[in-house]
Design a protein around this ligand. Structure first.
Ligand SMILES: Nc1ncnc2c1ncn2[C@@H]1O[C@H](COP(=O)(O)OP(=O)(O)OP(=O)(O)O)[C@@H](O)[C@H]1O
Length: 221
């Protein structure tokens, strides 16, 4: 099961931000690259309904509804994602609407904190965390919901080398497919498919060993 974009356009303030995007995405790891302002974040937000197309359709499998239930989203800025004062409360928040038994909520939180080596942050105040710690807590908040697919918008920008490596290990072991927008081209090198977006269109679409060097060459011109 994958995402399908059919002739998707997004227009804002009378300007076309994304134009006629038609794609079927079934690969396990998909990277999205492109210059600032090219439309990458707008494209990614379409995956879970944070953005709606001005025309065209976005489907997960057969459904256009309830994309948010299927698709988890990690924001570029973790402050957009963390809402509760305590880390543990914040992680439980994402599970509230799912009406899970309390024991399962606790078990999921403990497991994710352990897997990300974040157990020491469980009782910390979220507003006192460093940027990188917040980014890791935001990742934990996505993982506890066990989405079918996960979108990451610039997930490593605030991370130090240790946490970046932790993130990369986590990404490598995630069972779900993931779509990652990043300017960190090394992060995407081992991916299955890379989309290069330029001026709101898919400029190139293929294997990283083809698309990334071509993008680098364009940037050097
Ligand atoms: N609400 C809005 N109204 C008008 N223009 C917008 C709006 N949201 C985004 N844009 C414009 O759409 C374009 C694409 O923005 P987007 O954030 O998708 O780019 P991006 O490729 O993710 O950029 P970056 O790499 O800098 O994060 C930009 O020119 C931006 O200014």
């Amino acid at each position: 099961m994958g995402m399908r974009f059919d002739r998707v356009c997004v227009t804002k303030a009378a300007r076309e931000i994304l134009s006629e995007i038609t794609l079927e995405l079934t690969e396990h790891r998909i990277g999205v690259i492109g210059n600032n302002g090219s439309g990458k974040s707008t494209f990614l937000r379409l995956f879970n309904g944070l953005e709606t197309p001005s025309s065209g359709t976005v489907r997960f499998g057969d459904t256009t509804d309830d994309l948010r239930r299927h698709v988890g989203f990690m924001f570029q800025n973790p402050d957009n994602q963390i809402v509760y004062p305590m880390v543990e409360e914040d992680l439980a928040f994402g599970l509230k609407s799912r009406k899970l038994p309390k024991a399962e909520v606790t078990e999921r939180i403990e497991r994710v904190l352990h897997d990300l080596s974040l157990t020491h942050l469980r009782d910390r105040l979220t507003h006192q965390l460093s940027g990188g710690e917040k980014q890791m807590v935001a990742l934990a908040g996505v993982l506890v919901t066990k989405p079918d697919l996960i979108c990451f918008d610039e997930p490593t920008t605030l991370l130090d080398l240790r946490n970046k490596m932790q993130f990369m290990r986590t990404l490598a072991t995630l069972p779900q497919p993931a779509v990652v927008v990043s300017h960190d081209l090394d992060l995407l090198a081992g991916f299955d498919r890379i989309l290069h977006i330029a001026d709101g269109r898919i400029h190139a679409d293929g294997r990283p060993e083809e698309v990334i060097p071509a993008y680098r060459a364009l940037c050097e011109m």
